[in-house]
Design a protein around this ligand. Structure first.
Ligand code: MSP
Length: 646
């Protein structure tokens, strides 16, 4: 692959951006950054779809002109992309002169060549989707009326049509012979099913101005504007210079990857390829339809009031963590369910525990055993645990490189986290805290610290496209340039020997610890030593580090009831300050439910959830027992629920 041109859909300016828009754009951004990371010339286009009925209606509702509606909303998208660190190379607005001029040239060209013709249309029109629909689309018998569907109106008017029908057979063959054109496969089958079972009609590409005036005027008939989808799809080629700048156009077209949501599959895999065919242009290599972000199992919608605002997420959790969540949580192509809990789980496990802990652990060891500087290793890994862990980091590089063609970032990111876990295991195995006790182990100690650092450098750099801010910070602290260079990923010995490692605080404070971590941010390297506890001791003892993995917190019992079918278990609803949870405890023979309500107890808050008698228990309460008596642990005095116990 010698170049990468990636596009997002252009977003309607009838409403402000939400998590769905943010997802497609972050996905495109991560892929663009990833290609740049591997040294591949990249062009990344996004923008806004500013014509059409939706925008005209929104403007009318706000009592303003459509242009003003567009101008007001476009800045919301641009501001969000800035906040989300989106590195698009171009942002196209379909009201810009460069686009309007190009669309008019395309329309004239197609009209001159007989690809567009005028005809009388008499049929149904769906106002909400702005499309002409057949009785079959509406599940109506011939002659039946769509009663009770106010969106469907009868339209009798003269319009202009694009001869889409003539490309039906060609398109089926093209899709069949180009398995990469529509992905994932099940979406490809969806389009093929649609094309094989019904005759493809011609596409009405005009709207009479007396019905809709907000659009690009047809060059050959000023009484009409262009249908918004016909205008919008062309942005992918007008933005890169079609037809007036053939040199730039030839540099980037055909697109490598056009990302879309599953909702706009037909327009992108039926209308768009036939339009390109009529223009004599090659088709994009891949149109990839991703799934939807749902709230629980339901669609997000303004009327349900369950739309996630990306700005809130950024404010609460930071840009990098939000980007990481979007990419790692959605299996590409499938729907994913959004919840704060899923966010916290993912953040705490991958970022705070695996990556964050490794970073602070290593920084602490370096400051204890080598004055906070990178030691010189004996050499490149050739065998033993050093080779195993370096290989794990290199496997992650290979996985990320595979994502350049499969686009399965969620898998590639999981691969990087797997490598990070392998580094944690490597440190356990080499136990630098033991090596440090013996002068003759000095070389091995240095090799261990440097090897862990090198592997971490590689694994973290792979995450740079996903979390550019935090990883740049980490790289700076390690004495490296902020952005990894392509050749660095496979190279051994990039960390600057003897350079100081300067971390100013935990990279990813645990979500429950936010208040504490923020209060201590910026207090210098000694703070990171405090948050990165001492290495594990041996012989049945646990180190502070191991102990600190257990999160003990106070919790208030809000409700309690027996678990049906048992005489030992109680189901408790507890308040942990930041959230409520259910836990199941074997205390029914010692406490009545009513005795517990309102009491402050002590729980292990980060215990892996367990299903006990059909109830998901998320945490464990602490109790002391002697013989047959059992007493709950409580705190001496009043403390708010969720207070950490140290
Ligand atoms: N303007 C058209 C696209 C024209 S492209 C030539 C449009 N715009 S839109 O503002 O409605 O944005 C649609 C895109 O936003 C979807 O295709 C998808 O990429 C993204 N999403 C909108 N809601 C979504 C979710 N709930 N989940 C994931 N992405 C979704 O359609």
């Amino acid at each position: 692959m010698n170049r990468f041109y990636v596009t997002t859909p252009i977003y309607y300016v009838n409403d402000v951006p939400h998590i769905g828009h943010a997802y497609t754009t972050v996905l495109a951004d991560v892929l663009a950054r990833l290609h740049r990371l591997f040294g591949i010339p990249t062009w990344f286009l996004t923008g806004t779809d500013e014509h059409g009925q939706k925008v005209q209606q929104a403007a009318r509702a706000a009592g303003i002109e459509p242009r003003e509606q567009a101008d007001r909303t476009v800045v919301r998208f641009q501001e969000l992309w800035r906040k989300l660190q989106i590195t698009h190379d171009d942002f196209i607005r379909t009201t810009e002169a460069r686009h309007v001029r190009a669309v008019r040239a395309v329309l004239q060209d197609l009209y001159d060549r007989g690809e567009i013709y005028q005809a009388e249309y008499d049929g149904w029109y769906d106002v909400s989707s702005e499309t002409f629909v057949t009785e079959r689309d509406l599940d109506l018998a011939e002659g039946e009326e769509p009663i009770g569907r106010p969106n469907i109106i009868r339209v009798r008017e003269t319009n202009y049509f694009f001869r889409m029908s003539r490309y039906q057979e060609w398109l089926v063959e093209y899709i069949e012979s180009h398995p990469d054109f529509i992905r994932p496969d099940f979406r490809r089958n969806e389009t093929l099913g649609f094309l094989r079972t019904r005759p493809l009609g011609d596409l009405c590409i005009s709207r009479p101005k007396n019905r809709l005036s907000w659009g690009i005027e047809l060059p050959f008939d000023p009484a009409y504007v262009c249908y918004v989808w016909f205008d919008a799809l062309l942005n992918y080629i007008t933005a890169i210079g079609y037809p007036h700048d053939p040199a730039t156009f030839a540099k980037w077209w055909p697109a490598s990857l056009q990302l879309i949501g599953k909702d706009i599959l037909t327009t992108h895999t039926v209308y768009w390829p036939t339009m390109l065919k009529a223009l004599g242009l090659p088709l994009p290599r891949t149109v990839f339809a991703h799934g939807w972000w749902l709230m629980g199992n339901t669609k997000m919608s303004k009327s349900l009031g369950n739309v996630v605002n990306p700005m809130d997420m950024i404010e609460r959790h930071g840009v990098d963590a939000f980007r990481y969540f979007l990419i790692s949580e959605m299996v590409l192509g499938q729907d994913a369910s959004f919840s704060e809990e899923a966010f916290e789980r993912r953040y705490n496990s991958d970022l705070a525990n695996d990556l964050g802990n490794l970073v602070s652990r290593l920084a602490t060891m370096l400051s204890r055993y080598h004055h906070g500087r990178w030691p010189a290793p004996a050499g490149a890994p050739t065998d033993g645990p050093e080779l195993v862990v370096w290989q794990a980091a290199q496997d992650a590089v290979a996985g990320m490189e595979r994502a350049l063609t499969t686009y399965e970032l969620d898998r590639a990111v999981a691969g990087a986290i797997t490598a990070i876990r392998a580094i944690n295991r490597y440190l356990e195995q080499r136990a630098p805290w033991n090596l440090a006790r013996h002068a003759h182990e000095r070389e091995r100690l240095h090799t261990t610290l440097y090897t862990a650092g090198e592997c971490l450098r590689v694994a973290a750099s792979l995450l740079h496209p996903v979390m550019p801010g935090r990883i740049a910070e980490l790289r700076r602290a390690f004495g490296l340039s902020e952005t990894p260079a392509p050749e660095e990923l496979r190279q051994w010995g990039v960390l600057p020997v003897h350079a100081p490692v300067q971390l100013t605080g935990p990279l990813f404070p645990r979500i429950e610890d936010r208040g504490h971590a923020q209060a201590s941010a910026g207090t210098g390297p000694s703070e990171s030593a405090r948050t990165a506890p001492a290495p594990a001791a041996q012989g049945g003892l646990v180190s502070i580090e191991e102990f600190s993995k257990i999160q003990l917190r106070t919790a208030r019992v809000v409700a309690a009831e027996p678990v049906p079918g048992t005489n030992k278990l109680l189901k408790l609803e507890i308040d942990l300050g930041s959230e409520r949870r259910t836990i199941v405890a074997g205390i029914a023979q010692h406490y009545q439910p009513a005795d517990l309500i309102g009491r402050t107890i002590v729980v292990v808050a980060n215990l892996a959830p367990a299903n006990i008698r059909g109830v998901e228990s998320r945490g464990m309460l602490l109790a002391a027992s002697s013989g047959s008596s059992l007493r709950l642990l409580t705190v001496d005095g009043d403390l708010p629920p969720g207070s950490p116990i140290r």
